[in-house]
Design a protein. Structure first.
Length: 250
């Protein structure tokens, strides 16, 4: 069931932004990094479900390189209207609530990009694991690009050392608690966690933020330091945003 505050935010956001690529957030460098890693792990020739597809920005990029049959769902009518208007080949978009959508064994791959964190009840995070397992065919693949509490705590530790304010999630976000999420996830999926955004977060939320503070200016998302951070080899685990890749066990 959709939370009205979250729903209202995304309905309004859809009306305020024209470009599907920045409609889901202001950090377009991070958005590009997410798509780069999705392309690395997404197979082709499959039936693919994106939950929380927003205005179709991710699918719009993926169809250029990964021919699949895509189906995107989102609870925001305004977002889906924008996605449908893209007229992408072999793609369908529907208004659906991910907590009530029913379609067992319907797809080969399910992925999300910052969708589950919009569920404000942490119990719903756990429910989504079983729901995704039901949607997937035998041995199907799930790719979750989501923000985590553990990753947020890590970057905030370093920001504290640098004298920077703590990063606080938006009121419409509830970051995933890996300590409870992963044991449940492992019941249904074999998995790996890819730290795809660690170097980027170190560059953008620590180094760039520190320089911006010294220069008494706002941090700019498309600052050259951020762009460099997105190109660097990934090391350690400084980012809230992680990629959880699972393979259904049965």
């Amino acid at each position: 069931m959709k939370h009205k505050g979250v729903y209202d935010y995304w309905q309004k956001r859809a009306n305020e932004r024209e470009d599907p690529f920045d409609i889901s957030g202001n950090d377009t460098v991070l958005a590009s990094l997410e798509i780069r890693y999705l392309r690395k792990y997404l197979p082709t020739g499959c039936k693919v479900l994106e939950i929380g597809c927003s205005a179709g920005r991710v699918i719009k990029e993926l169809v250029k390189t990964h021919p699949n049959s895509y189906y995107g769902i989102d609870f925001s009518e305004n977002m889906i209207n924008k996605a449908v208007s893209l007229r992408l080949p072999d793609c369908r978009f529907d208004v659906q609530d991910i907590l009530s959508y029913e379609k067992d064994n319907c797809c080969d791959v399910v992925y999300s990009v910052r969708c589950i964190i919009n569920l404000l009840d942490s119990q719903d995070h756990l429910k989504m694991i079983e729901r995704i397992a039901h949607w997937l065919k035998s041995k199907g693949k799930v790719i979750l690009l989501e923000a985590t509490k553990e990753g947020l705590d890590k970057i905030n530790q370093y920001r504290k050392i640098a004298g920077l304010e703590q990063i606080v999630p938006h009121e419409f976000n509830n970051y995933i608690d890996l300590s409870s999420f992963m044991p449940r996830f492992e019941k249904y999926f074999s998995f790996e966690i890819v730290e795809f955004a660690s170097s980027y977060y170190l560059a953008s939320r620590l180094f760039n933020a520190f320089v911006a503070k010294l220069e008494s200016r706002p941090m700019q998302y498309e600052d050259p330091i951020n762009i460099l951070g997105a190109k660097l080899p990934v090391f350690a685990d400084f980012a809230p945003h992680k990629m959880i890749i699972g393979r259904k066990k049965s």
